[in-house]
Structures are given as structure tokens and as C-alpha cells.
Design a protein around this ligand. Structure first.
Ligand code: GLV
Ligand code: MN
Ligand code: MN
Length: 380
């Protein structure tokens, strides 16, 4: 199914940064993606709209029950072409493969506006709005972005019979097993925070080492504690630093470090975060720094729906692997409200959140076959 890969590569050209794939929440290239995918859906006879959170939505057929198929259209900075986008493209390709055939249920394709948390530091803006949580939309900076883009009127949440998400695995497990597909059992919980270390910015040449309050040196010590915590159990990452003044000949007086901690067991994730906050405080005290914390996400681990996962598993047959996802997905926001199931496609080289991210044509074809069996047999 090379067409799917071609669509993803075309969408990859809609980027905020030339020569890279970077497309954040409601940034200008998102409009090109909406136009491209919207036109494709309309050619298939689907009715399309952009909802109040900037999610691209297209409906196909009628029926008293509706099944969503979707994923996200935003990316991390310097991303690959498939994380999120593949799930939306495969959803529309599935409708195309139906070739006008009507199912007992309506299909709604959703390209979520925001899942990565890049532009505003908080993830899942699109999927949270779909389930009726519009709190993020009134945050002044987010409201301004929505106003500038221009979106549809506020929509009340409605009941859906199910949610199916195709997604690349984003890790090395399927490749190591030499298998194309996996059914997701559950998605690991996530904590995301910003930790600010404040010291004193000063001259790099004149300030003796013993008289410094270097916020970056403190953050660096703490980052090693974060790595050690991840090595002990789970995964823990500092992926972003904002430095002030960030000059080669100055001591940094302020550092904002992101923290991302994930674990399938919520109690372990919370214990790791508590331990890292204590460690930040101790390091700050020792170095004469101040530390403050802002929580951006405390998302519990989420099981997928047993019944829908069973239907997906029957469509996939015995060769599909079963696994927990370490990456977050829109499905984890929807799952407590809408029966949700996920199908992973092997990630060659286990690479993701990187331009080398890719997917195999044969795996796309296999996933679409599973998806079509699932759609035709889907029952509530
Ligand atoms: C989404 O890609 C995540 O960070 O898990
Ligand atoms: Mn991602
Ligand atoms: Mn994703």
C-alpha cells in the first residue's frame, strides 16, 4: 500500500521549518494538512469540518452508532513522517477501500489537532476537547492560537460506539520479534512537568567558582538523578531545557527543565516523580538555588477496551503480538469514555520522533487488511 506512504510523505512537506518536519498545534502548515486530507475525504463522499479544538473530522455513512478511526496531525520538532499522520491516512484509506460500501455504523475519521504537547507544553489538546474537556481551550495563549486559526463552533461531546487507532510502534519490540503488527493492551501512564532552577546570572570570567549560584550546573546534577531513576525502574527523561541568559560567557541564572516520567504502574510513576522532586530540592539547597515546579500532565495508565480489543485481535489472527505502549496516544484520553483499541505497525530500526522514522509497505498492507476485517465485523 504505497499510496498510504506517499500521502504521509506529502503531508510531511507541510512544515514550519524548511528541510524538517515540524508541525505544531494550529501552526500555518496545519491548514495545508487540513486542506489536503479534507479534499481527499470529500472526494470519497465524506462530510468534513474542523471542530472547535482544531480537530479535522470527516464522516462516512449513517447509522445509529459511530466508530471513530483516527490519530494526531501535529508532530514533535524535526519529526518523522508517520507518527500520528499514518493513523489518520490509514483511516481515510480504509474508507477508500470500502469503495462506497455502507456499514451498519457511521465512520468518523478524526485527525487530532494536538497530541505531542510541543507548542504549549501540554499534550492531548484535541482529544481532550473531543471528550468534552475544554479547560485547555480557554487558557489565554491557546485561546489566542485557536482564534487566530479560525475553527468551527463549540461541539458538545457525543456518544461513540468505538475508537480505533492505527499507529507505528515507535520502538524496537516488533522488529526484534520479526512481526509486523501488535495489539495494544494498555498505555503507560505519564507525568510531565517543568522544573525551574533559579540562581544568579553573572559574568563567566569574574565570578569565582565558590561564589556562583549556577542554575545550569544544578539542573545538570539533577538530570543525572533523573537518568538514574529511569534506569532503576521505568523511563525518565529531561528532553527540553530553557536557559537564561544562555550566553557562552555567562553563568545561567535560570533553567527550566522538562521532566517526562512513564510507567505502566501509576504508583511507581508517582513514587519516582516524588523522589525526583525531593532530589531537585536537595540539590537546589546545596547550591543556593530556588526550585519551583509546574505540573503539565498527570495521566494514569489506561487499559484498552477488552471487547473491542478482542474484535481487533480476531481480525488480526494469532500472529499479532500483544504489548503495552510506552508512548502516549490519543486513545489514552478517549479510552475512559469510548471503547478503544489500537493496532501497532512495526517501526523499522525502532526509530521514532526522528526524521529516520519509517514503516514498511507490506506492514501497511497487513494492517489495512486487519482494519477492513475489523470494520466489516464491528459490532457493539
Ligand atoms: C507521544 O508521542 C508521546 O510522547 O508519547
Ligand atoms: Mn509522538
Ligand atoms: Mn503519536
Amino acid at each position: 500500500m504505497k499510496a498510504v506512504i506517499d500521502h504521509c510523505r506529502q503531508i510531511a512537506s507541510y512544515s514550519e521549518v524548511s528541510g524538517q518536519i515540524t508541525r505544531t498545534f494550529l501552526s500555518p502548515p496545519m491548514r495545508q494538512v487540513h486542506e489536503y486530507l479534507g479534499a481527499w475525504m470529500r472526494r470519497l463522499g465524506m462530510a468534513t469540518r474542523v471542530d472547535h479544538a482544531g480537530n479535522l473530522r470527516g464522516t462516512y455513512g449513517e447509522g445509529k452508532n459511530a466508530l471513530i478511526i483516527g490519530s494526531h496531525l501535529d508532530t514533535v520538532p524535526n519529526a518523522g513522517a508517520f507518527d500520528g499522520v499514518l493513523g489518520v491516512v490509514m483511516a481515510i484509506q480504509s474508507v477508500e477501500l470500502l469503495a462506497g460500501e455502507r456499514l451498519p455504523c457511521q465512520i468518523e475519521v478524526i485527525g487530532f489537532s494536538e497530541e505531542e504537547g510541543v507548542r504549549f507544553g501540554v499534550p492531548f489538546i484535541g482529544s481532550r476537547a473531543l471528550i468534552g474537556d475544554n479547560t485547555l481551550l480557554s487558557r489565554p495563549d491557546i485561546a489566542e492560537a485557536i482564534h487566530a486559526y479560525g475553527v468551527g463552533p463549540v461541539e458538545a461531546p457525543k456518544p461513540y460506539a468505538g475508537y480505533l487507532e492505527f499507529h507505528i510502534e515507535q520502538g524496537p519490540v516488533l522488529e526484534s520479534l520479526n512481526l509486523p503488527l501488535a495489539i495494544v493492551d494498555a498505555i503507560a501512564g505519564q507525568s510531565r512537568m517543568d522544573i525551574t532552577f533559579t540562581g544568579q546570572a553573572n559574568h563567566a570570567g569574574t565570578t569565582p567558582m565558590a561564589l556562583r549560584r549556577d542554575a545550569l550546573a544544578g539542573a545538570a546534577e539533577w538530570i543525572l538523578a533523573v537518568e538514574a531513576a529511569g534506569l532503576a525502574d521505568g523511563v525518565a527523561t529531561v528532553g527540553h531545557l530553557a536557559l537564561e541568559p544562555n550566553a557562552r560567557n555567562a553563568i545561567n541564572g535560570r533553567v527550566v527543565a522538562s521532566l517526562d516520567v512513564r510507567h505502566a504502574a501509576d504508583a511507581t510513576r508517582k513514587a519516582t516523580v516524588d523522589c525526583l522532586l525531593v532530589s531537585a530540592t536537595k540539590i537546589a539547597q546545596k547550591r543556593g538555588l530556588k526550585v519551583t515546579t509546574q505540573v503539565n500532565l498527570d495521566q494514569p495508565a489506561v487499559p484498552m477496551h477488552m471487547g473491542l480489543t478482542q474484535q481487533l485481535s480476531e481480525a488480526a489472527g494469532p500472529r499479532a503480538h500483544r504489548m503495552t505502549s510506552g508512548a502516549g496516544h490519543d486513545a489514552m484520553i478517549l479510552a475512559p469514555h469510548i471503547p478503544s483499541a489500537m493496532l501497532f505497525l512495526r517501526s523499522p530500526g525502532g526509530i521514532s520522533h526522528h526524521p529516520d522514522e519509517t514503516v514498511l509497505v507490506g506492514d501497511v498492507a497487513a494492517a489495512l487488511e486487519v482494519g477492513m476485517r475489523f470494520l466489516r465485523d464491528f459490532h457493539v
